[in-house]
Design a protein around this ligand. Structure first.
Ligand SMILES: Nc1ncnc2c1ncn2[C@@H]1O[C@H](COP(=O)(O)OP(=O)(O)OP(=O)(O)O)[C@@H](O)[C@H]1O
Length: 340
């Protein structure tokens, strides 16, 4: 088919217009978002740690990246804090490119790595002084930002960091990440291995920091922490499975859900997994969460289990939590054929 020069001219103009529109869109995203991640991929030899990851974090947002061990959380954090280069894609933090503007960017971010990264032989006070000096500031200059946290550390200010409890170490690491008054804070699994009380306190601190205008990207393997975030992203096998507010994520779970208990839990889970009405069945604390096909009612489940001689049966319809949704999304991804 013959194509006229006029037609070529029009399609060129359209292509140019599309390019300009895309550039304008990218610029707008960069200006409006604290973090922009676009099509990031990273492999370590045969392991694809991140596959085409894209999302944005809004200024002042507390965003949780939730996923199991090996999901790719640390790899993404290292790329965003300029410690690792991506194979593909690009990212900006506070409008600065993680590759081209890396030196400038480091002054705008605070990073708390997953493993304790402070100087074990320096005291609490010496660690703080060190980090303040590296960034050309003083503890006094930004004391307002760490005051709440530092007051809890003050009784131990002369103690070596290596001799602090797990919770105290986390608090000191957070103070050190904050000492230069960053705009965006990256916290990689800050509560892993920390006791329940310290975990709760830590999240209260994050809430207060958010109120002061900080943008926070925090990763965690704990589902119960997802509810404390403004928005969450679920990551598994280097892929983002879903991003939304905790409420909206939970609404994605549409199957009838039951909490089931019986005298013999192990036999119960085996029987329920083979039942014709079962969609999925997992152990959650002391009971089982049974998701069924639509239209299944409690009497059907009860009769099935009585026929299998189960005793001390307790079956109740329950509302899904964020963990149920995540399990369903993970299942869906695992069962989907992989296209390479
Ligand atoms: N330097 C590396 N060399 C080889 N493989 C790596 C390296 N870093 C990460 N990986 C692999 O990449 C995948 C993602 O790891 P990553 O540490 O990002 O996950 P994670 O979600 O942070 O989990 P974890 O909490 O276990 O660190 C894993 O399969 C991991 O084994």
């Amino acid at each position: 088919m013959a194509v006229s020069s006029k037609q070529i001219g029009v399609s060129n103009q359209l292509a140019l217009f599309y390019c300009l529109l895309r550039t304008a869109h990218c610029k707008l995203l960069t200006i409006m978002s604290a973090i922009v991640i676009e099509n990031i991929a990273k492999a370590f030899g045969p392991t694809q740690a991140l596959q085409d990851v894209s999302f944005t974090v809004n200024p002042g947002e507390l965003f949780g990246l939730i996923g199991p061990d090996g999901a790719g959380k640390t790899t993404l954090f290292k790329i965003l804090v300029t410690l690792l280069l991506a194979d593909k894609g690009q990212a900006t933090v506070s409008g600065l490119n993680v590759v081209g503007d890396y030196k400038q960017l480091r002054h705008h971010i605070g990073y708390m790595p997953g493993r304790f990264s402070l100087y074990q032989d320096l005291s609490v006070q010496e660690n703080l002084n060190f980090f303040a000096t590296v960034f050309g500031t003083t503890i006094e200059a930004n004391y307002f930002l760490i005051k709440d946290i530092y007051e809890q550390l003050a009784p131990f200010k002369d103690r070596r960091a290596g001799q602090l409890s797990g919770g105290m170490k986390q608090k000191l690491a957070l103070c050190c990440a904050l000492i230069h008054k960053p705009e965006v804070l990256f916290l990689d699994e800050p509560t892993t291995g920390v006791d329940a009380v310290s975990r709760k306190e830590f999240w209260e601190m994050l809430r207060r920091l958010k109120e002061q205008g900080l943008t926070i990207l925090v990763s965690t393997p704990y589902m119960d922490e997802a509810d404390l975030c403004d928005r969450v992203g679920f990551i598994q096998n280097g892929q983002i499975l879903a991003i939304d507010t905790p409420e909206e994520i939970t609404k994605r779970f549409t199957k009838p859900l039951y909490g089931v208990r019986a005298a013999e839990t192990y036999r119960l889970i085996q029987d329920l997994r083979q039942a014709p009405f079962t969609d999925s069945c997992y152990a959650f604390g002391e009971s089982l969460h049974l998701a069924t096909h639509n239209g299944t009612d409690k009497r059907q489940i009860e009769q099935y289990l009585l026929d299998k001689q189960h005793q001390e049966l307790e079956i109740e319809r329950i509302a899904p939590g964020i963990e149920d949704t995540f399990m369903a999304l993970m299942n869906q991804q695992t069962n989907e054929p992989v296209n390479h």
